[in-house]
Write a protein that binds this ligand. Structure first.
Ligand code: DGJ
Length: 558
């Protein structure tokens, strides 16, 4: 504890909150984590909540993913300015199988060396994306010697007996070849990166198959007619039988998911045996609501309704993660809910880089996510519209930059609070039924966020001219809350006797774990609700009550 402006009642942030939160759970390994020199990053789960530990403490990925072909030394100068501009602390970069093993058995990791060196010079961490057997389900990134040898490296076969475009997960030769290259990559990482500039690995990219629900090759068919593996039966609480008997209409997709997950498990496990970095797989998503025919999305990929299959088949995969490109608020937040599970840390490794995506940072981290990362963040002149932006002008970059600038100096504290289950967040809704309002239930308080309202709050919220609003709250201690966000008006109401009233609102910032005071908000700035405008503002709000005092709503009721 250290004296704060709250009279020493709240735990201070001076290097301490992360450690404090860790010590609360009494987890066996936490002290060792903090002390060990250069502990390897890992995902830690406790009481159904998660943290990505980097350098022995929780870390929030303020991420950016580069375009697919930005993985060559000559292009990196077009990457760093964008990364700097948005204040990302982590960059996700592909490493392609074709790039590191252009000739069978001959490996070249010079790009990885350059990348790691430049990442260090730019003071960012890295997530490496292994583009191997599958990239957006296809084999585009395998070396030519794989592409040209369909006999050794067979494709899936469709139900009508035709070769499909996707490499079969039932080929031992393909698996062994991919695994060998991946293990070489991990060996190289182990050798050149004792300080863990690389904090996480994504083996493969958006696996699955479009257009065919699964592999119908004779080898696959034989397995499909055989028994469902015990680990999956156990996980799903099912009795033994063939895939069709156990899973009925879902059998084909579940079988494909199991086959692909088991294949990647073997690769990830072999890689982790070299260096146990956290590994995640990203999902090309199925529809957020209802079920489409499996062949219309990436069947067999880690879509939300097969997460359990992945958990059973791939214990070496720490996280399955949604690539969220929908602009729709209801769908976006539904996906966040599907992937934020007691057995799965929420991580958004890809999202659109257009105006309306920046605000989803708040709903994402409010669910305790370990990170968030817009895609296509470089200056190579490529834009993946309509998924993301048509172009990346400075106004768009600023929307991502302002989020990261606010969180950059307090990302450790935020990640620790998320691990302790003390965070909330909302993003501006666009569905008219939401009335431009979102509610965060904090326990003793309810925080109501409204968007597009006069600062006095006397009108009805109509939404911002563009959906750019978002807010996040953390509970630092009893009656002690942190609030930040943009283009959002927040009103707090007590929910129980003794909730009390808002006593003091300070604007400030965290620096090196210390709260730095800027000013007190009072008068018009608090009498009519708290208006987070387009400036970078972090508020610390203290509530309290005289014994028996009535609950006083904070802000003018609207
Ligand atoms: C999702 C993939 O994972 C990315 O590599 C990229 O292809 C985007 N889709 C589209 O730009």
């Amino acid at each position: 504890m250290r004296t704060s402006f709250f009279g020493g009642r709240t735990p201070c942030f001076a290097g301490g909150l992360a450690a404090l939160v860790l010590s609360l759970g009494g987890g066996a390994a936490t002290a060792a984590d903090v002390q060990a020199a250069n502990p390897v990053p890992r995902v830690v789960t406790r009481d159904g909540r998660h943290a990505l530990f980097v350098d022995g403490a929780p870390f929030l990925i303020l991420g950016a993913q580069v375009n697919n072909s930005s993985n060559y030394p000559d292009v990196l100068p077009e990457v760093w300015p964008t990364i700097k501009r948005i204040h990302a602390n982590t960059v996700e970069v592909p490493v392609a199988w074709e790039q590191v093993e252009p000739k069978e058995g001959q490996f070249d990791f010079s790009f990885v060396d350059t990348l790691v060196e430049q990442a260090r010079a730019n003071k960012v961490r890295l997530v490496l994306l292994w583009f191997g057997t599958w990239k957006n389900t296809g084999p585009a990134y395998v070396p030519e010697w794989v592409k040209l040898d369909g006999k050794r490296f067979p494709k899936m076969i469709t139900a009508s007996g035709q070769p499909h475009y996707v490499l079969s997960p039932h080929s031992r030769t393909t698996l062994e070849a991919d695994k060998r290259a991946f293990v070489k990559l991990m060996e190289h990482i182990k050798q050149i990166d004792p300080q863990n500039t690389i904090i996480m690995i994504q083996p493969e990219n958006e696996v699955g198959s479009y257009g065919s629900v699964r592999d119908f090759s004779p080898a696959a068919q034989k397995l499909f007619n055989g028994p469902v593996p015990a680990a999956l039966l156990k996980r799903m609480g099912k009795s033994p039988g063939s895939w069709k008997e156990v899973f009925g209409d879902d059998a084909d997709e579940y079988f494909n998911a199991w086959s692909i997950a088991a294949y990647v498990e073997e690769i990830a496990k072999a890689g982790k045996a070299v260096k146990p970095l956290p590994m995640y797989m990203n999902a090309a998503l199925a529809s957020a609501f209802g079920r489409q025919p499996a062949a219309t999305y990436a069947s067999g990929g880690p879509v939300h309704h097969v997460i359990d299959v992945y958990k059973a088949a791939a214990p070496s995969i720490d996280i399955v993660a949604p690539d969220i490109y929908t602009r729709d608020h209801a769908a976006y937040t539904a996906y966040l809910g599907y992937y934020a599970r007691a057995d799965n840390a929420l991580f958004v490794p890809e999202t659109g880089n257009d105006t309306e995506f920046a605000r989803y940072f708040f709903a994402t981290i409010g669910k305790g996510a370990i990170g968030f990362s817009p895609f296509g963040m470089d200056d190579t002149g490529y834009y993946n519209y309509p998924l993301g932006a048509k172009d990346l002008d400075d106004a768009k970059l600023e929307l991502f930059a302002r989020n990261y600038t606010v969180f950059e100096p307090m990302m450790r504290e935020w990640a620790a609070l998320a691990f302790a289950g003390k965070v909330w967040g909302v993003s501006e809704p666009t569905d008219p039924k939401a009335n431009h309002t979102q509610v965060m239930e904090l326990g003793p308080y309810r925080a109501t966020a409204t968007f597009g309202q006069w600062q006095f709050g006397t009108d009805k919220p109509t939404g911002n001219p563009q959906p750019t609003g978002g807010a996040a709250i953390a509970e630092l201690g009893p009656g002690d809350y942190l609030l930040t966000g943009f283009n959002t008006r927040v009103r707090f109401d007590g929910t129980q006797p003794g909730s009390g009233q808002m006593l003091r609102v300070e604007e400030g910032r965290f620096e090196n774990g210390k709260w730095i005071f800027r000013r007190v908000w009072n008068g018009d700035q608090t009498d009519y609700g708290l208006n987070l405008v387009d400036r970078k503002q972090v508020l610390r709000i203290k509530f309290g009550s005289a014994q028996g005092a009535a609950i006083i709503p904070v802000g003018n009721p609207n």
